[in-house]
Design a protein around this ligand. Sequence first.
Ligand SMILES: [Zn+2]
Length: 202
Amino acid sequence: MLHTALIERAAAARPHSGDAARNLSGCPALVLNADYTPLSYYPLSLWPWQTAIKAVFLERVDIIATYDREVHSPSLDMKIPSVIALRQYVRPSEFPAFTRFNLFLRDRFVCQYCGSPDQLTFDHVVPRRLGGRTTWENVSTACAPCNLRKGGRTPKQAHMRLMEEPIRPTTWQLQEKGRAFPPNYLHASWRDWLYWDVELES
Ligand SMILES: [Zn+2]
């Protein structure tokens, strides 16, 4: 096949001006699994447009929707994909990554002691000096004042109660929480693929 030549052409394809280049760099493609659900939610599976176009030429993905913008090269004009779907299904992981963002998301971005959304920090429920580990089950979101008040004590010792016991969420559970915190920027062509009931809720 002509794959290599095509990929080189895709890689050589450039938008017209510097301005366009800057804007194009903000044209990521939403990557769907072969079942047309996002490959991942947190973080949302997005590829730079160059990666998306390469994958198109490698026949690894199908284009579902495009931006109005095009890339041009002497032998190629192509609209930049805004939504692509993998041809081969990738089994999603059952559990999300243990990241700061995901932990805040699990706790809905509020202090688990007082409910404040301000000055959020991470609290080791069983303090590290008492052998507490940095795990989903032992770290909770806490505002700085609560964290300070609790100090190096357990909630019981500090007479403070957690609103929810910290658990390791499944990918699905985290996704449900995430519905209240959509990413700041969503391209119009992505919305249909993120949630089933967008129409019902709006
Ligand atoms: Zn608090």
